[in-house]
Design a protein around this ligand. Structure first.
Ligand SMILES: Cc1ncc(COP(=O)(O)O)c(C=O)c1O
Length: 467
């Protein structure tokens, strides 16, 4: 028998009881750990669990509850979150205002009828028109980042009648079949080729972009849109060099291409501005949002566009639709998120804490150059570059053992990101920095690099090994 309704009925009831519990007994905690690992292996993906094990050092870190800049596993062990869900938790874990907006909405209506006018979508679209730069004015809401990029691609096709896209090497835009074309790494794309028509240019190189746009214009293979992350997240926290975004804007205008900014990871206040492109004073034709846009509580993304990009879509609004995108719960979360970012001045917090953190990371890379090559980024979108791939992994593991969660970037294995919730406080940052220095010293010892940091700085080696 392949199915067992009776078992599904009793087991689902037991899981519901578990969800409803405020506190778990020791036996229940052990059961959650054992069953999570078992069912993940049997019914989700055993390969993924093996990969996860290498960072979490053992299987016992099953996440259970969270708040602010920390989360606790099922055994109540608390971790400082220096990963921020890859850019999800900008306003912190379960910010009370976001939580209460979602709860209030949930008690009235969860999902809209799809037929009448649901009010939160237009309210949220209006708010976005107030906080996005330039003449961005229309919004279409999605359920994820990759869907936001898909929406941008379709709008660019409609606005230009063209189908050729240009992305950047190191770019990451998601893994659905349209957005995957823009994601630049072979390992993710190759099994699925051919994708949409994409070309990739080196990130930050204006001349390469100019040459591609000029040659495709000459050959008639004209470009619908240039798609860029203003700071490449998965590519290794690569900040667009000065003047690059401005030049991209001018080149797109010259060759009739749309400019799409993927602010899914660098947007919503993370870099100290609401959107990173504001630093360069550049407005794209289309902007993709997700991740932190739902306040770390609801999944929601957005395609934000100018009047020009929406023209054909206004003629036929059924060219692009979604059932759940922009549902009332998700919109409530986003509205609260925008309010929290502004009310609590989290943009400034990101800038101030980010400056402090980057300075400290640079000092550590100076002190431990055999392990940490450099650090870079803006606001709280930072990355540490290690001398080789293994070292970064090693440090991430050692930090995890010290109750700090951190992770690498998808496309550049040498870079480990530092993207905590913007609400992180100075004490938590200092705890992270101490743990990082201890981990760097451990690696020095284990790899036989000695304690050259102490010699370099003319310190007493015995004292220097006690951070
Ligand atoms: C810049 C960027 N774009 C798109 C995506 C895809 O978002 P999602 O995983 O929600 O589909 C990501 C996810 O990491 C991202 O960082």
């Amino acid at each position: 028998m392949l199915y067992d309704y009776a078992k599904a009925k009793t087991e689902s009831a037991a899981i519901l009881e578990l969800i409803a519990k405020k506190k778990l007994s020791e036996t229940e905690r052990q059961t959650v750990i054992t069953e999570s690992v078992k069912y993940w292996t049997e019914h989700v993906n055993p390969g993924f669990l093996k990969y996860r094990k290498s960072v979490s050092t053992d299987y016992t870190a099953v996440e259970w509850e969270d708040e602010g800049a920390v989360f606790r596993d099922v055994n109540g062990i608390e971790f400082i979150d220096m990963l921020g869900g890859f850019g999800i938790y900008n306003v912190g874990h379960r910010h009370p205002k976001v939580l209460s907006a979602v709860k209030n909405q949930l008690e009235r209506q969860a999902i809209h009828s799809q037929e009448l006018i649901d009010p939160l979508r237009p309210y949220l679209a209006h708010l976005l028109s107030l906080i996005t730069p330039g003449d961005l004015k229309y919004s279409f809401f999605t359920n994820s980042g990759t869907e936001s990029v898909e929406g941008c691609l379709k709008m660019a096709m409609l606005a230009t009648g063209r189908k050729h896209f240009v992305g950047a090497i190191g770019g990451f835009h998601g893994k659905s079949l349209g957005a995957l074309g823009g994601t630049s790494k072979a390992v993710f794309r190759e099994p699925f080729l051919p994708l949409l028509h994409w070309s990739h240019v080196p990130f930050g190189n204006t001349e390469a972009l100019r040459t591609l746009l000029a040659s495709t214009d000459f050959s008639g293979d004209r470009v619908a849109a240039v798609v860029l992350e203003p700071i490449q997240g998965e590519g290794g926290i690569n900040v667009a060099p000065p003047g690059y975004l401005v030049a991209a804007r001018e080149l797109c205008d010259q060759y009739g291409a749309m400019l799409i900014f993927d602010e899914i990871q660098c947007g919503m206040g993370r870099t100290g501005k609401m959107f990173y492109c504001e630093y360069d004073g550049v407005t794209p034709d289309l902007m993709a949002l997700a991740k932190g846009f739902g306040g770390g509580i609801m999944p929601i993304g957005a395609v934000v566009g100018t009047a020009k990009t929406w023209e054909k879509y206004i003629e036929n609004p059924f060219l692009h639709t979604t059932t759940f995108g922009g549902n009332p719960l998700a919109c409530a979360a986003s509205i609260a998120t925008i309010n929290v970012l502004l009310e609590e001045d989290l943009l400034k917090a990101a800038a101030v804490q980010g400056e402090y953190l980057l300075k400290a990371l640079l000092a550590l890379s100076n002190k431990y150059p055999k392990v940490m090559a450099s650090a870079r980024g803006v606001g709280l979108m930072l990355g540490m570059e290690f001398v080789d791939n293994d070292l970064g992994y090693d440090i991430a593991q050692k930090l995890f053992a010290r109750r700090i969660l951190i992770a690498g970037t998808y496309i550049n294995a040498r870079v480990v990101r530092v993207e905590p919730p913007l609400v992180i406080n100075r004490k938590q940052i200092d705890t992270f920095l101490t743990a990082l220095e201890e981990s760097l010293q451990d690696v020095y010892k284990e790899r036989g690099f000695g304690n050259s940091w102490a010699v370099q700085k003319n310190l007493d080696p015995a004292a220097a090994s006690q951070p």
